[in-house]
Each structure stands twice: as C-alpha cells, then as structure tokens.
Design a protein around this ligand. Structure first.
Ligand code: HAX
Length: 436
C-alpha cells in the first residue's frame, strides 16, 4: 500500500472509532436550531454535515486543515518557480491533515502521471459533440465517460464489504484527479485551438504539465496555475459543488458520478460560472463605454445599470463570507508581484474600489465584497487565455482536490445516505399560522 493511502487509512480508522464513541455518548446533543427563514432561504448556515478537508469562517475566510492561504503559500512545497505552492501538496494535506515533504509531493506528481491515461472512447465522446458545446458540459460528459473505469463500481458489483468502501474510493479519486488535466486541456484545444492537441510532458509538475497541455506554458502562467489550482480546491462542504458531490456520493455513486454531479452545480452562474460571468461583464462594460481605461464614475454608472436591469454584479457577494475573500486577496497579491500595468487587472481593482459601496447602499446585500471569481479572469487574460467560457473548467479541475478528498473521507467514515426532510407550504401554514 502506498504511503498516502496507508496514512489515510490509519487516520480515518482512528477518527471513525472516535466518532463512534462520541455519538454513543453525545448523539442527542443539539448542534443547531433551524428557523423558518432558513428553510425558505436556501438552508443558509444550517450545520448538517461533516467535512474534513476545510472550514470556512465568515470573516477570516477559508482554512485548509487549519491553515490559511498565506500560511500555505509559505508551508507547502513549491514549484520550480520557488514561489507558489504545488496543489499536489494541498491534496496530501487535505487527505492526511499533515503538511507533506517535497519528497511526498514529488511522489504524488509521479503517481498522477502514471495514472493519467485517458481512454480513447472519452475523446471520441467529446468529439461527437458540437464544437460550441459549453466547455463545462463537455467536462461533465467526459467525467461521466471516464466512469467506465470506476474501481468502486466494479468492486461493488462483485460484492464489497462496507468496511472496504474507502479503498476503491481512494483508487477512483487518484485516477480521476490524474486524468482531469488531460481531459480539460483536450476540451480547451478542441473548442478554441482547432483540435491542435498537445501531449503531456511528465517531466513537469501537475500544474505545469496542465499549463503545457493547454498551450500556455510560459513560467509565469505555470506559477499562476499552481496558485490557482491550490486556492480553488475547497471551500468547506456547504457550497453547491461540494455539497452536491457529497450528496451524490452518499448514495454510493462512485467518485466519477459524484464529481460529475458536483461539476453540474459548479456550472451555475451563482457559483463557479461566475468566473466566466465576471470577465464577460467586464468586456461588455469596456465595449459599452468605448474605453479600456474607464474612470470610477463610468464604472459606477455601469454597475448601477446592471443592478437596474435586475441582474447581479458577478464576482461580488457570498453566502458565507462577510469580508473580501482571501482567495481574491491572494490573486491580487499575485498580480501586484508579477504583473505591471495590465489594463484589465487595473479595471478589476477599480471595480473593487467602487462596487462594495454601491452594494452596501442597496441595504439588502449581506456581503458587498469581492469573492474568488472577481479576480481570476483578469489574470488568465493577462497571460493570453482569453477564452473565458473555459474558466469554470479550470476551477473544476482544482475543486476535484477538495471534494474528492472529502468523498474518500465520507466513505472511510461510513457516512450514510444523506436524506434531509422537506416540508410543504400547507404544513408550514398549519404549524405556524394555525390555518387549514
Ligand atoms: N449583485 C447584486 N445583488 C446581489 C449581489 C450581487 N453581487 N449579491 C447579493 N445580492 C442580492 C441577492 O440577489 C438578494 O437579492 P433579493 O433579496 O432581491 O433576492 C440579496 O442581495 C440578499 O442576498 P445575500 O443574502 O447577500 O446573498 P445570497 O447568500 O443569497 O447569495 C450569492 C450569494 C453569491 C449567490 C450572491 O451574492 C450573488 O448572486 N453574487 C453574484 C454571483 C457570484 O459572484 N457568484 C459566485 C459566488 C462565489 C462562488 O461560489 N464562486 O464559485
């Protein structure tokens, strides 16, 4: 058994025992009370699942296994650039709770390289689709096509002991993560670069090889990919892509089908598609205003026009966060350090000066600050990746690290089928208004 798998097995077995004892003693303890507003309001804030890899504080933002993004930028083994962490290291941390050594991370890069072969029928499934099929739709179809190789599904069909669920879940997770960059790059080159595909280069780390297959292989873009694929990986369990992966997985659907479900959630404009929406909205603004360097008054008017048309300002607001997203700040710092005088980056920063005040003035927006998606597109455009319909696929490749680590944990801890309770309005009326 490999070292990561062994560590994961030991740690999850220990925690499983602890949880059993905890529930025996405190199983009836109350964790939360649910209000009618929460029932009608998208279940905001209801504490209802266990998610090991990360936790989200409204003010401080995300912590991966207790570490903030600035801490991880220091502590995780870095790429050859010597600056940004390698997402392989983040995955190791999410799986084990331990910061890996450079040797562990190199091993993981090699593992993913050795597991990265994508069967031809997956490419054929993609090639059967119209070229203008949205890249997220292609991504979901490719992930579903890869499911034919699921070790979990095969072993379950043969008859699998419950205590063994974690093992094929780990194998599926490792295989799927290994294959995602190849699949994503294939979609990108097919949709936007006349099917001129680029073979992997396994001498590179996971992020750099992905950048290379995308065809954007200069060192700064590779560096950006390391940061990008690290910070988008996880955002606790309640967000739509994580929760969907968790819910689907709870039916004992394998990692492929669970992740495909999660990606369908990520593809919505209020969630991951917001990264595409942001840059589309900025390009439209520049077109409408007829300038690449709008002043703040022009931006203010454009924002107000967006709101007056009944639309949201993409990249702003959050269901949990109540401060600027640390993932936005990390990307802003990256730009400050590596990019000089880029017009779109400058526009993103001016929007940051203008939008929070306007949203606050509406009196209903709980978080007027930028989220992760407000900045990512400007960085990609700067390095030449202008095809913004693809951006959510990049997000998805990263999100696999968090939601699939959690998928492994859920199977190892023996998490049951998720099945909350729904209500009818008739029930609510009878209960609270005493009407029949
Ligand atoms: N622009 C305009 N109005 C906004 C807004 C924004 N950016 N953010 C919130 N609001 C509005 C809501 O639409 C809601 O209006 P109504 O009462 O008229 O329906 C009101 O303010 C209260 O909403 P909220 O409680 O502050 O926010 P929610 O938890 O309901 O929604 C969203 C959170 C992220 C969906 C929301 O802020 C939004 O739509 N933002 C723009 C889209 C976006 O950037 N999504 C990406 C979020 C991060 C993420 O998941 N990335 O993958």
């Amino acid at each position: 058994m490999d070292n990561l798998k062994k560590k994961f097995y030991e740690k999850s077995t220990e925690l499983k025992g602890e949880i059993k004892a905890l529930l025996k003693e405190h199983g009836n303890a109350k964790v939360d009370e649910v209000t009618l507003a929460q029932v009608f309001g998208g279940a905001r804030g209801i504490k209802m699942m266990i998610w090991e890899p990360s936790s989200l504080d409204p003010v401080e933002g995300i912590r991966f296994r207790g570490y903030t993004i600035p801490e991880l930028r220091q502590l995780l083994p870095k790429g050859v650039c010597g600056e940004e962490p390698r997402p392989e290291g983040l995955f190791w941390l999410l799986m084990t709770g331990e910061i890996p050594t450079a040797e562990d991370v190199n091993w993981l890069t090699g593992q993913w390289a050795s597991r990265s072969h994508v069967p031809d029928y997956v490419f054929q499934a993609l090639d059967a689709l119209p070229k203008d099929t949205h890249p997220m739709t292609q991504f979901i179809i490719a992930i579903s096509a890869l499911q034919n190789d699921s070790v979990f599904a095969k072993r379950y069909a043969e008859g699998l002991d419950k205590s063994e669920y974690w093992d094929p879940s780990y194998e599926d997770t490792m295989n799927l993560i290994a294959r995602l960059p190849r699949v994503a790059a294939y979609i990108y080159r097919r949709s936007f670069h006349h099917d001129q595909h680029i073979n992997p280069d396994f001498s590179l780390d996971w992020s750099a090889n992905f950048a290379h297959m995308l065809g954007h292989s200069d060192a700064d873009f590779q560096k950006l990919m390391r940061l990008y694929l690290t910070i988008h990986a996880d955002h606790e369990g309640g967000n739509a892509s994580a929760h969907t992966t968790h819910l689907v997985g709870s039916t004992l659907s394998d990692a492929y089908l669970s992740f495909a479900g999660g990606m369908s959630a990520l593809a919505g404009p209020l969630h991951g598609l917001a990264n595409q929406e942001v840059i589309g909205w900025i390009f439209n603004m520049l077109d409408t205003l007829g300038t690449h360097s709008p002043d703040k008054a022009q931006i203010e008017k454009y924002v107000n026009d967006t709101l007056a048309a009944g639309m949201v300002v993409p990249g702003y607001g959050h269901a949990v966060l109540r401060r600027p997203d640390p993932r936005f700040i990390a990307q802003k710092e990256f730009a400050e350090r590596n990019i000089n005088g880029d017009p779109i980056v400058e526009v993103v920063w001016k929007i940051f000066d203008v939008v929070p005040g306007i949203l606050e003035g509406l009196g209903k927006v709980k978080n007027p600050w930028p989220n992760v998606d407000a900045h990512s597109g400007a960085l990609l455009v700067h390095y030449g990746m202008k095809e913004y319909e693809f951006y959510t696929v990049l997000f998805g490749v990263s999100r696999a690290l968090g939601v699939l680590a959690s998928h492994c944990w859920s199977r190892a801890l023996g998490m049951p089928l998720e099945r909350p309770k729904s209500l009818t309005y008739k029930w609510v009326k009878e209960e609270f208004l005493k009407l029949s």
